[in-house]
Structure formats: C-alpha cells, structure tokens
Ligand binder design. Structure first.
Ligand SMILES: NC(=O)c1ccc[n+]([C@@H]2O[C@H](COP(=O)([O-])OP(=O)(O)OC[C@H]3O[C@@H](n4cnc5c(N)ncnc54)[C@H](OP(=O)(O)O)[C@@H]3O)[C@@H](O)[C@H]2O)c1
Length: 249
C-alpha cells in the first residue's frame, strides 16, 4: 500500500469512527472516544490475551501508529514485549486493558471467554468494536456448546452480550502475520464476519491499515467458517475468499 493510500485509509477510518460515534447514543461511549479528532490521531487498542497471536497483531497495530495496551493476568511478564515495541506499547491488567481500549481484541483460549464476559461484558458492550480472534477449542463439551449456538461467532455473542463483535484473523497463524502484512503483489485477504455495520467498517479500516484486505463474508452466523481447518483458513487473496464463500452457501 502506498503512503497516499495509507493516509486515505486512515482518514476514511477516522471519519468512519467519528460519524459512527456521532450516530450512537450520547453517553454510551467514553468521553475519550468522543475526543478523537478526525485528522489523524491514533486509536487506543487493547488486547485481552497477549500471547502468540495477540502479541503479533498488537505489534502490527503499533506499526500502523496506534497505541496498544497488551494485557495479561501477570502484566509484568509483558515487559520484554512492550520494551521491544517502543513508546506506543504498554502493558496492563485485563481490567486496565478493557478500560484503555476504544477497540478491544479478544485473543484468548476460548474457555476463558465466559469469565471475561462475566467480568467485563458490560464494559465491552460499550466499545466501538470487539475483535474476536479466539477459536473454540477446549474440549468436547465446549465444542458441542459452541456448535449448539450456531458456531464461533454466535457463541461469542452469547458470551459477550451486546458487544459489537467482528470475527477476524482466526485462521492466520501468528508466525505468518508479520510477513503477510503489506505483502508484495496482491494483499492477503482477511475474511471477517459481524452483525454491526459500524463495527464492520471500523474493523475493515483497521485491517487495511495493517496491510491486509478485509472481506466481509456475512453476519456473525458466518463466523463458524472463521476457524482453522475450513476452506477459508490460511492465506488467500480477497478474490479467492469471495469465490470460496459462494461455494459455502
Ligand atoms: N496462535 C495462532 O497462530 C492463532 C491464530 C489465530 C487465532 N488464534 C486464537 O487466538 C487465541 C489465543 O491463541 P495464542 O496462540 O495466542 O495463545 P497463547 O500464546 O497461549 O496466549 C494466550 C493468551 O491468553 C491469555 N489468557 C489466558 N487465559 C486468560 C484469562 N482467563 N483471562 C485473560 N487472559 C487470559 C494469556 O495471558 P496470561 O498471561 O494471563 O496467561 C495469554 O496472553 C486462541 O483462541 C487461538 O485459537 C491463535
């Protein structure tokens, strides 16, 4: 992506955020979000889960100029990561990350999701966007429960009620993310699914900023295809993803 396109994308993204925020009920979002100028200010992004995938995605958002809080139940363990990533990176507890982020990524082992919903569900429901990167692994009972809900997207919506969820990056391996970002030639497509149009817009803009090509494959019900091992897993161009999706219906 050229610098010009990055700037256009950033402007479009910030405008989208500003317009979307203006359209939401006043008082439903933190004042800090309302103060975002539409002229190029970075967003505050949090990761709940700063392991392999959360760490790699957070690093890409920092590279794109955003502030990122990486969180852990033991934030001192993240010192090396944030030192390496520089002044836009910081570490915190999960509670601090939920408070910090305008956008929150949930990148945890799926069994942790239920407790996260209980502890932080109300706060997460007030975020512009919750990116669900987590995959429903964790034993037969969990897998069955997720299937019974209609798959990973609808299951996460049940665990994080009211959150503006977009599933994304679920089947791109953490070790590939850095090299895939801003790939030469055709960009790597990122299939995404969500029910909230504004959250989809914000997610799409962020994904473009970090050097991928977002492809909306449908609502959260389509999130069941956004797990490793489906035809959408791994690296594909946007055109390939669109073609694959037509065969899923
Ligand atoms: N690895 C990949 O390539 C990849 C690709 C796409 C999607 N995913 C999905 O991303 C998720 C994370 O995978 P990963 O490979 O990054 O795992 P990981 O390296 O083991 O990291 C897991 C992270 O989750 C946090 N965590 C665990 N339990 C938690 C809880 N109860 N509350 C808050 N934080 C908790 C851990 O933080 P603590 O320091 O507190 O333990 C750690 O930062 C999984 O659902 C996986 O399916 C992974």
């Amino acid at each position: 992506m050229t610098n010009h396109r990055v700037e256009d994308s950033r402007r479009e993204f910030l405008l989208t955020v500003a317009v979307g925020i203006a359209g939401l009920a006043a008082g439903s979002l933190p004042a800090r979000v309302l103060a975002q100028p539409a002229g190029g200010s970075p967003l505050s992004i949090s990761t709940i889960g700063a392991g392999r995938e959360g760490g790699a995605l957070g690093a890409l958002f920092i590279k794109a100029g955003h502030r990122v809080m990486f969180s852990s139940r033991h934030p001192e363990s993240l010192k090396g990561l944030v030192d390496e990533l520089g002044p836009l990176a910081r570490a915190g507890t999960v509670a601090e990350a939920v408070e910090f982020g305008d956008v929150v990524m949930v990148v945890v082992p799926y069994p942790a999701m239920e407790q996260i919903g209980k502890d932080y569900g109300n706060a997460l429901a007030k975020k512009v966007l919750v990116i669900d990167v987590s995959n429903p692994y964790g034993g037969a009972e969990l897998v069955k429960w997720v299937d019974d809900q209609g798959g990973a997207g609808l299951a996460t919506a049940k665990l994080l009620p009211g959150a503006h969820i977009v599933r994304a990056f679920n089947a791109i391996n953490y070790a590939k993310l850095s090299a895939d970002a801003h790939r030469q030639g055709e960009l790597v497509g990122v299939p995404i699914a969500g029910d909230d149009p504004h959250a989809i817009d914000v997610a799409s803009s962020l994904i473009r900023e970090i050097g991928f090509d977002p492809v909306v494959i449908g609502g959260l019900a389509m999130g069941k295809y956004l797990v490793p091992g489906t035809p959408l897993g791994g690296e594909h161009t946007a055109a390939e993803i669109r073609q694959t999706v037509t065969n899923l219906h």
